[in-house]
Design a protein around this ligand. Structure first.
Ligand SMILES: [Zn+2]
Length: 135
């Protein structure tokens, strides 16, 4: 007599899909993905309110970006793994982290260097990263 759990689960999924469709939003898969990330990132920012890169050099700056330490490159497990996330301000993200990622892609540095509290990152942040000669 007991109903298998799948009978209660299936209508919920259908209902959720209907609800999204009723909002008139195309590409529900992509939108669902984006909103899931927005929610996860917001929760991470709440738990990590200060930029890691700035804190590493003694400054308190509000987190505005949830950065993937190692670029996931389409790897969903890596994308959603919070152990691969770091809280950054937009300045650190656009300057120090961007340069570190370029170096990482060229095989010049390790994953550990991509954390903005790593010795290499701290050195770059301290030196000021607006250095066109090193681009
Ligand atoms: Zn910062």
């Amino acid at each position: 007599m007991a109903k298998p759990p799948i009978r209660t689960a299936a209508p919920r999924i259908k209902l959720a899909g209907t609800r999204v469709a009723m909002l008139g939003r195309p590409h529900t898969g992509r939108r669902g993905y984006a909103s899931a990330w927005a929610r996860a990132a917001a929760a991470f920012r709440r738990g990590n309110p200060w930029c890691l890169g700035c804190r590493a050099v003694g400054i308190s700056t509000t987190t505005t970006v949830v950065d993937h330490v190692r670029p996931p490159m389409g790897d969903l497990d890596m994308f959603w793994n919070t152990a691969n996330w770091q809280p950054l301000c937009s300045r650190c993200h656009e300057s120090t982290k961007k340069r570190l990622e370029h170096m990482f892609m060229r095989g010049e540095i390790s994953v550990a260097d991509l954390w903005l509290n790593s010795p290499r990152a701290i050195g770059m942040t301290r030196a000021g990263v607006a250095d066109p000669a090193k681009g």
